[in-house]
Design a protein around this ligand. Structure first.
Ligand SMILES: [Zn+2]
Length: 365
């Protein structure tokens, strides 16, 4: 495998009877000639050798799309009626009210600033995203769902927002239109009304989901994580949950980071009585429990608890572990044993750590 060099790569992809021309950076070339390309709009394309019709390189260096170029291509791609709202780090593409787009922009910028500050203080070299972070905001759940189907399939109906590793975008819908929230309050026009609606307890899980997805996007665009690499799911999800508790009343900053996540802690503690030996090793070595709908809620709680514990009790080791993961090669998938070994290299004996982890988290109130 070889890593693409300075010039901009151009490829032609033949897929499903269509011919697609793409410009970007080839991140790797597989032995059989297939490539992984990061396009100028941030999307990742895994192209097999037989889909790759042509490949060339321009002398000009790789450059991400500017906001203006991105905006133009987004508006061409989405159904008619979308508009753009730009903030320091985000390009929000919306077909709901301007006030709602501003509300999202302000929420995301606050999260971005808090996250940047959080990691910098812990010695991470965080970098600015290559281009603006794209967020799509649909006016209602129905139109969002029909768009989200292409990424989520039938799960689109039950997920209020998501981040796509492939497209590098967050997609969501205007929550103030959702029935659960609307029933309690008729008016949703101004920024203040939106904030008041979404600060209410019944909105909290939905807002947490938006923040969770935005956290994934920040992590993958600031050097903290790398897309299409073998990062254990408990790590990415634990991180996103660690950040997901928003404090909408705080105008100046983000006091939510690292607070105890009450619903996740409750789930974790309820499960302690029936906890099987070797539970931690199972979570560390495989993503299965995180992906299986039957076990996901418990596994997510455990992923949060472990992240919380490591951030508090082993911050330097955890930072070193994250840095190691961020250096992994694209599309190289390790096995469970390797994951255990990597974990052990950074944190020491797993059973010992598990005993202290369980005892510490059992006492947490
Ligand atoms: Zn997540």
């Amino acid at each position: 495998m070889a890593i693409g060099t300075e010039g901009m790569d151009r490829i032609t992809v033949r897929r499903d009877g269509e011919e697609i021309r793409l410009e970007g950076k080839i991140l790797l070339t597989a032995g059989d000639g297939g490539v992984l390309l990061e396009a100028r709009d941030g999307q990742l394309w895994a192209v097999t050798a037989d889909q790759l019709a042509a490949r060339s390189e321009t002398p000009a260096p790789f450059e991400s799309y500017s906001s203006a170029e991105l905006g133009e291509s987004l508006l061409a791609e989405l159904p008619a009626g979308f508009q753009l709202h730009e903030t320091a780090h985000y390009l929000i593409c919306y077909n709901t009210s301007k006030a709602y787009a501003s509300w999202c922009g302000s929420l995301f910028e606050r999260l971005y600033g808090a996250s940047d500050n959080y990691w910098t203080r812990r010695g991470f070299e965080i970098h600015e995203p290559k281009g603006p972070l794209i967020v799509l905001v649909f006016a209602d759940q129905r139109s969002y769902e029909s768009f989200a189907k292409r990424d989520l399939g039938d799960a689109a109906g039950s997920i209020v927002a998501y981040y796509s590793l492939q497209s590098n975008r967050v997609a969501m819908y205007d929550l103030t239109g959702s029935e659960a929230i609307r029933a309690a309050n008729g008016r949703r026009g101004s920024l203040r009304q939106i904030n008041a609606m979404l600060s209410r307890p019944e909105a909290a899980p939905m807002v947490a989901t938006i923040v969770h997805e935005a956290t994934h996007q920040i992590a993958y665009n600031s050097g903290l994580q790398k897309r299409y690499t073998d990062v254990p799911l408990w790590v990415s999800e634990g991180l996103a949950i660690y950040f997901e508790t928003p404090d909408l009343k705080s105008q100046r900053g983000w006091r939510g980071i690292g607070q105890v996540n009450r619903p996740r802690l409750a789930t974790f503690q309820q499960n302690l009585a029936g906890r099987a030996p070797g539970s931690l090793a199972r979570l560390l070595s495989s993503d299965t429990q995180m992906r299986d709908v039957e076990t996901a809620a418990d596994a997510y709680a455990e992923a949060w608890a472990l992240t919380f514990y490591l951030m508090r009790q082993r911050p330097e080791q955890y930072a070193a572990y994250l840095k190691m993961l961020a250096k992994k090669e694209h599309l190289v998938w390790g096995n469970g044993e390797e994951r255990l070994r990597e974990f052990q290299t950074h944190f020491g004996d797993i059973q010992e750590l598990e005993a202290d982890f369980v005892a510490t988290m059992a006492k947490l109130r």
